[in-house]
Design a protein around this ligand. Sequence first.
Ligand SMILES: C=CC1=C(C)c2cc3[nH]c(cc4nc(cc5[nH]c(cc1n2)c(C)c5CCC(=O)O)C(CCC(=O)O)=C4C)c(C)c3C=C
Ligand SMILES: [Fe+2]
Ligand SMILES: [Fe+2]
Length: 359
Amino acid sequence: MKYRSQQSFTHAQPDKIGVLISNLGTPEAPTKQALRPYLKQFLSDPRVVEVPKVIWWCVLNLIILNIRPKRSAEAYKTVWTEDGSPLLTHTKRQAEALYERLTRKYGDDVVVEYAMRYGEPSVSTAVERLLAKGARKIVLLPLYPQYCASTSGSTFDALAHDFTQRRWLPDFRFISHYHDNPAYIKCMADKIRAHWETHGRCDKLIFSYHGIPKRYLTNGDPYHCECHKTSRLIAEALNISSDEYMTTFQSRFGREEWLRPYTDETLKGLPDKGVKSLQVVCPGFSSDCLETIEEIGEENREYFMEAGGERYEYIECLNSDDAHMDMLCELVEQNIQGWQVGDNYQQRDQLAKAIGAEK
Ligand SMILES: C=CC1=C(C)c2cc3[nH]c(cc4nc(cc5[nH]c(cc1n2)c(C)c5CCC(=O)O)C(CCC(=O)O)=C4C)c(C)c3C=C
Ligand SMILES: [Fe+2]
Ligand SMILES: [Fe+2]
């Protein structure tokens, strides 16, 4: 059979709403062996690396996959916990917290799953779980506040690809971004304000976002603009002026030019300009992960202090903070408007009886 059927379907099954949250993905373990397949899957995605296929196949397989897994494994070792990868742990907790909130309001008419775009549980695994639980309407929420084709777009591709092999397509909704959602901006501003209340203020606040090749911006990706808009809105909510904060881009990969200013170069240069104390926050990451804990929390701290900085504080991501989970729950609710839960059940059951096809 070319198309997979809905194995679990019976006429007596009410329609449920399936909420699928996702994040980038992470290796199975902080080892060279586990990094290789993870990086291969990730960096083979044409949404991530937009380079002609044959050229990129050679670069990836002959160079990068022979060097990078060892280096990345060392970095992952520094953030790995007893529960595993921080990104996976936070995403799991977020799914649980979201489920708790949604079931409080909608009972068992709503089911929640989480997925990793690269690695496990994959988008297909999560979809299978949602369908098995009776989801007939699916809302996909990639946990990237700012839209980028390489992240949010790629997650959409994975979902769409999964359904190319299924007979029965549910109703879909896709939350492509929430970079200027007032509740998200408030969460970020409150998190920073709470940090100020316990630690006081520094000379500057740095908003550091994951970078992308500059070429993607010039080819029309809205990511750069959305990052700047997020920073501006958070700054407005905090009532700080444009000389009290900066937007920078981190995690450069490869040789081509990425979005500027680069976080590492900026931090190395600030002490000479008289900026001796910094607070750094990463509004583009909904969960702490390698790129925030190790790169911002450790590596960039060293750059700044070695260049003459005196005080450096990293402000954690929203993770599964109550305020963040309330905000994400509200976002999901806004996007399931008009979907009546369990609505088709009775009609379908009556129809099935009428045609004698009851199961
Ligand atoms: C938040 C949005 C992200 C964008 C945009 C993004 C783009 C992007 N990333 C790479 C290459 C790598 N990224 C890696 C890790 C990583 N990236 C994101 C998020 C975005 N990436 C996260 C959340 C993580 C951390 C995952 C974790 O397990 O904690 C890595 C792997 C680590 C390493 O070897 O450095 C690579 C490689 C490219 C090329 C890219 C281009 C658009
Ligand atoms: Fe990345
Ligand atoms: Fe990094």
